[in-house]
Write a protein that binds this ligand. Sequence first.
Ligand code: NAG
Ligand code: NAG
Length: 279
Amino acid sequence: MPRNGAKMLKIYIIFLLLILIYLCSFNILNLINNLSQEIIPSKRTLGFDHIYVIGLDYRKDRREIMDKQISYLNLDVEYFKAVSKYDKILHKFTNINSKVTVGQRACYVSHYLIYQTIIEEGFNSALILEDDVDFEANITDIMADIYQNLPESWDTLHVGHCYETIGQPVGSSSFPNKLYQSVEPQCSHAYAVSNSGVHKLLKLIDPMNALGPIDYEISTRVKSKEIISYSIHPQPIIQWKEGNPSDVAPTSHYPFSLTNSTMNLLGLINENKYPEEWM
Ligand SMILES: *[C@@H]1O[C@H](CO)[C@@H](O)[C@H](O)[C@H]1NC(C)=O
Ligand SMILES: *[C@@H]1O[C@H](CO)[C@@H](O)[C@H](O)[C@H]1NC(C)=O
């Protein structure tokens, strides 16, 4: 009997140890989870996992202006080589017979390739910029505030846009640049995509069967609510190119669409007019 009792005790202790190990491993897993959640999104990427700037190789002029702003704003970006209308790769991805112009198809494929890269790199979110944008000088503070109000579930966030109507307000910001539900945002010069957003976009759109330019494709999916989307008003990142159909101040000259334009601060705007010779 005593031998049997000792055996029972051993089994009992081993059992307890197993339970303890099991509980500990749970705690450790939780701890790892919490640690990874607590990684603060970098200010240098405006709270996103990554920033891409799409630009054509030969537009060194735009690159120069962009570089100066990026360095002033202390941002961390990756330049992504845009597909040009002369690139052979265009024919692999798009349909020559489509109604969409060759320039629009090139732009479409450039954005599409970025979506694929975001998945490959495993980013949870990325901000996609075109190389002809101007920023509010305090874009870092603005985006930190927007992030506070951004719901957990989102597919696209239109930081810059055109022809966009103001939708339902979201969150409670005391700053001028506020978050709203998107209505039908157009233009593709400054928008962010989440991982779920990229997956949806890759499923919903197809360069071979483009219904229109990339921003049209996105805006129709936003309008139909297939994509959960938010827009910032007034937009803190605008496109400076001439003929910019900005919804902010269509009649005024571009620099005044922003409260405090980075290009203006850096003296990159001459004579308060569009740098049309750069187009
Ligand atoms: C950004 O700067 C503008 C003035 O240029 C100011 O009105 C606004 O409150 C600032 N936003 C944040 C979030 O700090
Ligand atoms: C514009 O930004 C600069 C640099 O951050 C700052 O010194 C200046 O006060 C800002 N002007 C306004 C009107 O917010």
